[in-house]
Design a binder for this molecule. Sequence first.
Ligand code: FES
Ligand code: FES
Length: 220
Amino acid sequence: MTDTTRDTAFALTRRTMVEACAATAAVTGLGIPGAGGPASAAPAPGDPAPQMMPMRLTVNGTPHDLILDTRTTLLDALREHLDLNGSKKGCDHGQCGACTVLVGGRRINACLTLAAMHEGDAITTIEGLGTEAALHPLQAAFLHHDGYQCGYCTPGQICSAVGMLAEVEAGWPSHVTGDLTAKAVLTDAEIRERMSGNICRCSAYPNIVAAIRDVAGIDL
Ligand code: FES
Ligand code: FES
């Protein structure tokens, strides 16, 4: 990399940071025209202005009115703007599954979708699955089977497992399903295949599989 290229890369990184900070400040009421806060610093010449958009996100049954940069991912909206930090940012590239949430009952990677695309959707995060007093059966099974070590991947694993069990219930086959005309039997191989989008760096896989196997067949 030449010095010029390196300088340009640094400038872009710094500019991205400034834009991100500006968007966050805006949503907290510090910089949105009409939001009652002081005006934010003028963007540098040539910077694209953030496009702010009002939206209502319904998360765990509660509607939230937000004004977000249209580029805000659902994951950042949840974590940075709604203080729902259960969903984790592992890779931010759709590769680890740590950010998995349920939208309309289906599991998705919240880092790969824009918040603005989910107005009117029922979004469920790990915070909405159960309570300390009444854990979701999968939360209880993960505890019972020690289905985690550091726990970083666990919210995504559990949300993914909820969605995955619904897929099995609906008759969706997986890559390892033998008979595509019959409802899949949830063998360990099926569980591993269907959960393969959720990476556990601690390799708690045997216990994760055991926890899910316990809950399979329960009416969730
Ligand atoms: Fe979304 Fe890794 S953070 S898949
Ligand atoms: Fe540590 Fe899964 S428990 S990454």
